[in-house]
Design a protein around this ligand. Structure first.
Ligand SMILES: Nc1nc2c(ncn2[C@@H]2O[C@H](COP(=O)(O)OP(=O)(O)OP(=O)(O)O)[C@@H](O)[C@H]2O)c(=O)[nH]1
Ligand SMILES: [Mg+2]
Length: 452
């Protein structure tokens, strides 16, 4: 039968570093008998078994027949002072696929099971070492593509978002208690009217909604955006591509139709990981290869989150430009080659740029960031959510709080309000992991890296 995350009594092992050659590879082991199991294939079993937590033991990993597999350093962790909360070992061996394969084979021969993706973090979560928000941040930290996304995830791992959610939860508990108190009074007694809590309810709903809205920006930071450079031949797309990348990646020439196959690179734009595409210049061509390049460019532009459309200021606008921009009016318009004496003044709505000397580059970067993220609510770093699952739970919470407000205004009895508050609390509990179903946990952790 396939293992599940719930088999936390299994001793598991996995490569925690990327596969391939490297100076070191780290194999991560966890489970109640992980240290004893490792001792069975370790040259100094007694020393290993007697070692204190957070200590390192140097020795040889051997196979079942006693043949040496590698020289290793075993960093031993004792429950509960470990990442998973269980006994475990981070085993450092020499990097390289052959060593890793032999070392894992030796471990599996002692009964270690291959760890599932994210299984170590799942165990940390089930041991109460971290809530689900922090567990999610671990995955985001590992996958962060820009410094901005990385520091954002690190803040969440440090608990910025968990603390905010906890404050919200405490406020909802206080409101529930107020409802309960109201229920305790008899018909003819006259306790304080619950409607004094209306502003508090509205404030809590507002916080929920703001956090849910932060998903758009959180997702942009985590998943990034696709930006395509488009324009007629010779507009300077490849020149701009190279300038943004700060390297001579694309061939630049005064010949029309230089770029045919599109080029792709990754860029950090104000913390947003951006995949940028340099495409073939748009023009009617009889050359079948160039025509194919143009066809692909149009297709790529269609799939982009944002198109940067360049025009050559020394030539001015032509029917092709108008045609493209009528179809894609949202494209960011860039008037390139303004350094040239022959350059015509930029028409309204066009950003002046010189891909040659870099003037206007700062304004272009700002415009790009503005277009990608500008209309999104700028939450405090770390206070954004980054998964659709979190957003859905927050929206359900906000909706239930809205219902509670309505019930209160309509003069419904306190137990109706209490019911709405309980729904809101349950939705909030899904975020932290208090009330998250097994299926959701499964789908969340299975997206993690193996070894994390
Ligand atoms: N003066 C001036 N020349 C530029 C500027 N940007 C590009 N050029 C020149 O314009 C010519 C075309 O530039 P490319 O970057 O190859 O243009 P492209 O849009 O990629 O052209 P295709 O690949 O043919 O579609 C080259 O000779 C560049 O040096 C600029 O800002 N100022
Ligand atoms: Mg080009």
């Amino acid at each position: 039968m396939a293992r599940t995350y719930l088999s936390t009594h299994d001793d598991v092992a996995a490569l925690a570093t990327p596969p391939g050659a490297g100076a070191l590879a780290v194999l991560r082991l966890a489970g109640p008998s992980s240290i004893a199991r490792l001792a069975a294939v370790f040259s100094k079993p007694d020393l290993l078994k007697a070692s204190a937590g957070s200590s390192a033991v140097y020795g040889k990993l051997v196979d079942a027949e006693g043949r040496s597999v590698d020289e290793v350093v075993a960093v031993v962790f004792r429950a509960p002072k470990s990442y998973t909360g269980q006994d475990g070992v981070d085993l450092m061996c020499h990097g390289g696929p052959a060593t890793v394969e032999a070392a894992l084979a030796a471990l599996f021969s002692t009964g270690f099971k291959q760890a599932l993706p994210g299984e170590f973090t799942f165990r940390a979560f089930s041991a109460g070492k971290m809530d689900l928000v922090r567990a999610q941040a671990v995955d985001e930290l590992v996958k962060a593509r820009t410094r901005g996304a990385q520091s954002d995830a690190l803040a969440r791992l440090g608990g910025s978002l968990s603390r905010e959610l906890d404050a919200l939860r405490r406020e909802l508990l206080r409101l529930s208690a107020a409802c309960a108190l109201r229920l305790d009074y008899g018909e003819d007694e006259n306790p304080e009217d619950l409607s004094v809590e209306l502003p508090a309810l509205a404030a809590a709903r507002g916080r929920c909604q703001a956090l849910a809205d932060s998903y758009a920006l959180g997702r942009l930071f985590a998943e990034g955006a696709l930006v395509a450079l488009a324009g007629r031949t010779n507009a300077g797309k490849s020149s701009l591509f190279n300038r943004l990348l700060k390297e001579e990646r694309a061939i630049v020439s005064q010949q029309h139709g230089t770029t045919r196959d599109y080029l792709e690179a990754e860029l950090d734009l104000g913390g947003i990981p951006v995949r940028i595409l340099d495409t073939a210049g748009l023009r009617e061509s009889h050359d079948p290869v160039e025509r194919e390049g143009v066809r692909r460019s149009r297709l790529l532009a269609e799939g982009a989150d944002l198109i940067v459309y360049l025009a050559d200021a020394t030539v001015g606008l032509a029917a092709e430009d108008e045609g493209f921009l009528t179809e894609r009016p949202e494209a960011l318009r860039v008037w390139n080659k303004v350094d040239d004496d022959r350059a015509l003044p930029a028409p309204p709505g066009w950003l002046p740029l010189s891909a040659l000397d870099g003037s206007g580059e700062g304004a272009l970067a700002a415009a790009l960031i503005g277009r990608l993220a500008g209309n999104l609510e700028r939450a405090e770093p770390g206070l954004r959510i980054s998964s659709a699952r979190q957003r859905d739970a927050l929206l359900r919470c906000a909706r239930a709080l809205g219902d509670a407000e309505e019930a209160l205004r309509a003069g419904e009895p306190a137990d109706i309000v209490a019911l709405d508050l309980a729904t809101a609390l349950a939705a909030l509990g899904e975020l932290s992991g208090e009330t998250t179903s097994e299926d959701i946990l499964d789908s969340m952790f299975s997206n993690f890296c193996v070894g994390k």
